[in-house]
Design a protein around this ligand. Structure first.
Ligand code: C2E
Ligand code: CA
Ligand code: CA
Length: 765
């Protein structure tokens, strides 16, 4: 019996030692706790071995000390292992943990004191297997030792039971196994105590516990746990999964798979047929096949990705195939929505610029049989439309134009929106009906709350021959350049880009570059056109710019003013002209020429200059009476942003200037504006006069304008008076001032001055 137990203990000590070494090299984090536990467990086992083999009381007693203190260390190690294994982090409060350690430490101390006080145990001799064996006689200290060890044992067991109950079912195995090992050890120990057998076989229980802990914590792969985890992951996957064996028979499908395949769990015979009916041909025998399938139409379309994967066993032999059907409808829809947003204009739903260019590029490359036209569609003065009528009306305009394009474009035209207020189209030249388009543009109106607004649309066209390899952006740029030749009152709305137009554009650029020098070198000159009153007296003049160009000779304003109005250089010209007018007026003051000069203010000046400040500084600099420098503002200026402009007119008048409305009647709602316009002079547009010869209604209109201005205390001036008859007729109607070729063309300043002195000398016309 003693010899047998000796061998058993030695074997367990060796096994524990091996487990310690193996745990030491384990990569698992729990390894360190297992090393400490099994090292600790070796101590009481060694202690027991000493007790069994010793024949003297001294050795036995040493064995008992080793055993009891070893038990304390083991209980401590088991507790530490438990915390580690169960992932318990004891933070606040820490006193229960420390109390526990203090109890263990106290127990160790009382064993150390036992030789002096004999309070823990002593031994008595027995005869076992015919030799002396020293059995323990427990005292109070020993009882305390048991209470402490069992108490801690009980705490540890409670922790395991708690974890076992608390964690999800699939993890409970991890705790139940170790819990059983601890229970076994506890049970064997209890049996020993109760049986009072002389040899403590409980040590075997402890050693087995250590080995089980080692096995389950370090070696064992919880296969069942993994299996269950995988099974639940696979079953819960939103994807439909099917496993086909080598013969192509479906032998398993997850929940979504059963649902999609229209079968019940376990009855997979019809899976193949049902899936083929839904998704078409599926290559069940090809383990590396995939396909994207769309089912349904329009908004109800659903999208699926099907793919197969080989399943092999551990020897790499094909054991079957997994079919995976993924419903990608949501992500596909999201993707298509994003695609749509990035390729379409949100307001009109037309293609956005980049996508439009891409589509046009593809078409031009693929259709080499036809000549195409690139149309650049520009809404003239869109910013003003937005300012005056509001953004909502601006949006309505854009949407209406987009609708018109959709409705009327050729069947396979490509169109889209290029910028906020420009559209682009690609059409075939042979199918293009320019006449129809021009007619549609000639009176294009947008209805908004029963009001009709006239919208001017300009279209530049670039012709792309089949062999034209130009960049689409460049084609649009050329078409855009072409529109720059049109202005608000052009009769045509469509203009083609061609070499001549390109030359014109180049010329425009050239004169723009020359402007600064032209001003410096006085190639720019003010000409004066006389203005007379109703008894034919010369009272003033309008200053009109002329360019005596070193290469091109005399340039009329029509050749350069529109160019400079487009690129803003007009402000330079006007500032120069205002200064010239001031110089002339100063000179006249000293020479007794008592006439006024009207200067032109371009609508564009307001964008680039503080016009009032600029002119006020000039009259201050030259010390001129503001009454002498009249201000001509065109009617179109008053139309746009009228509140702001009215303020400007007011400021001018407060400073003493006389403000004239130029080209009155050329716009469309001038009559409406007239009553709110605090101006001094109305310059009636010469178109009325021209018209009046043929159209008697124009006469009525002129008469009305004159009467109305009289009522409002505004002086009327008619421009473009070419004949004596016109002059007489207008004077008869009550017009106060006249300007026109009948009196004089615009002439150089010296000529005007000569004219003045001649007339004053009594030779009036
Ligand atoms: P506008 O201000 O309406 O000037 C009157 C234009 O009518 C002048 O043309 C003048 O020569 C022309 N004219 C005068 N009487 C008659 C007539 O009896 N029959 C005909 N058929 N025409 C007549 P011009 O000088 O060629 O100027 C054209 C336009 O260029 C001006 O129209 C004005 O808008 C602009 N402009 C001229 N000089 C300047 C300037 O210094 N600054 C600005 N911003 N614009 C200017
Ligand atoms: Ca004028
Ligand atoms: Ca005019």
């Amino acid at each position: 019996m003693r010899l047998g137990a000796t061998y058993v203990f030695i074997v367990f000590i060796i096994l524990l030692f091996v487990s310690v070494i193996a745990s030491r090299f384990s990569h698992k984090p729990i390894g360190r706790s297992v090393v400490f536990l099994n090292l600790a467990l070796m101590i009481p086992v060694v202690g027991n071995l000493i007790i069994i083999i010793s024949r003297t009381q001294n050795y036995s007693t040493l064995g008992y000390y080793t055993y009891f203190i070893g038990m304390d260390i083991s209980v401590f190690a088991l507790f530490r292992f438990t915390l580690d294994y169960c992932n318990i982090n004891l933070k606040n409060p820490r006193w229960p943990e420390f109390t526990l350690y203090a109890l263990i430490a106290g127990d160790v101390i009382q064993f150390i004191l036992n030789p002096f006080f004999h309070q823990a145990f002593s031994t008595e001799m027995l005869m076992v297997d015919k030799s002396a064996y020293y059995r323990i006689i427990p005292f109070l200290g020993q009882t305390c030792h048991r209470i402490i060890c069992y108490g801690i044992f009980f705490v540890i067991l409670t922790i395991f039971i708690y974890k076992w109950i608390k964690v999800p079912k699939i993890y409970s195995e991890k705790y139940s196994i170790i819990m059983i090992a601890i229970l076994v050890a506890g049970g064997v120990e209890a049996y020993y105590i109760l049986s009072r057998k002389p040899i403590d076989i409980a040590m075997i229980g402890l050693a087995i516990m250590g080995l089980l802990v080692y096995y389950f914590a370090i070696v064992y792969r919880p296969v069942r746990l993994l299996d269950r985890m995988l099974a639940s992951v696979v079953s819960d996957m939103p994807e439909a999964l099917y496993f086909f064996d080598k013969s192509g028979q479906c032998i398993w499908a997850n929940g979504p798979g059963c649902f999609m395949g229209g079968v019940k769990e376990g009855e997979y015979d019809n899976v193949k047929d049902n899936l083929q009916a839904l998704f078409g041909e599926i290559e069940f025998s090809n383990p590396e096949w995939s396909n994207n399938v769309e089912i349904g139409e329009g908004d109800d379309t659903r999208y699926y990705n099907l793919d197969t994967r080989p399943v092999t066993d551990t020897n790499d032999n094909l054991s079957g195939m997994l079919l995976n059907i993924h419903d990608s409808t949501e992500s596909q829809r999201e993707f298509m929505k994003q695609m749509y947003n990035s390729t379409h204009d949100s307001l009109t739903g037309l293609y956005a610029r980049e996508y439009l260019n891409e589509c046009i590029d593809k078409r031009l490359k693929s259709d080499k049989k036809h000549t195409h036209l690139i149309l650049y569609v520009n809404i003239s003065n869109f910013n003003i439309i937005n300012d005056v009528f509001g953004n909502q009306f601006g949006d309505l305009t854009l949407k209406t134009i987009a609708e018109n394009i959709k409705k009327n474009a050729q069947k396979n035209a490509i169109y889209g929106k290029i910028s906020t207020h420009t559209f682009g189209l690609l059409v075939r030249k042979d199918l293009f009906d320019e006449g129809r388009l021009e007619e549609a543009l000639s009176n294009f109106t947008i209805k908004d709350n029963n009001l009709e607004h006239h919208i001017v649309i300009h279209i530049g066209i670039y012709e792309a021959a089949p062999d034209d390899e130009s960049d689409v952006d460049l084609m649009f740029e050329s078409a855009r350049l072409a529109t720059s030749k049109l202005n608000e009152d052009s009769v045509e709305h469509i203009v083609y880009y061609d070499d001549m137009l390109r030359d014109e554009i180049v010329y425009d650029q050239l004169i723009s570059n020359q402007l600064q020098d032209a001003i410096k070198e006085k190639q720019m000159r003010p000409y004066l056109q006389p203005i007379v009153n109703n008894d034919g007296t010369l009272v003033g003049a309008e200053a009109l710019v002329r360019w005596i160009h070193p290469d091109d000779g005399y340039l009329s304003p029509a050749a350069f003013i529109p160019v400079f109005e487009k690129n803003g250089l007009i402000a330079e010209v006007d500032k120069y002209m205002w200064r010239c007018a001031c110089e002339i007026l100063t000179d006249w003051a000293s020479r007794g020429i008592d006439a006024f000069i009207s200067v032109n203010i371009s609508p564009k000046d307001f964008y680039f200059l503080d016009v009032v400040k600029e002119i006020r500084f000039l009259v201050e600099e030259f010390k001129i009476d503001p009454v002498k420098l009249r201000i001509e503002i065109t009617e179109s200026v008053m139309m746009s942003d009228s509140d702001d402009r009215l303020k400007i007119v007011d400021e001018f008048r407060k400073l003493g200037f006389i403000v004239e409305i130029d080209d009155f009647g050329s716009g469309y709602s001038s009559f409406n504006l007239l009553k709110d316009m605090p101006v001094d002079v109305l310059k009636i547009d010469m178109m009325f006069l021209k018209d009046s010869e043929k159209n008697p209604r124009s006469n009525t209109i002129i008469q009305n304008i004159i009467n109305m201005s009289e009522d409002l205390g505004i002086v009327s001036l008619t421009e473009g008076v070419e004949t004596f008859e016109q002059y007489q007729k207008l004077a008869g109607m009550g017009c106060k001032l006249f300007q026109g070729y009948y009196f004089s063309k615009p002439v150089p300043v010296e000529d005007f001055e000569k004219d003045w002195f001649r007339r004053r000398a009594g030779n009036e016309v």
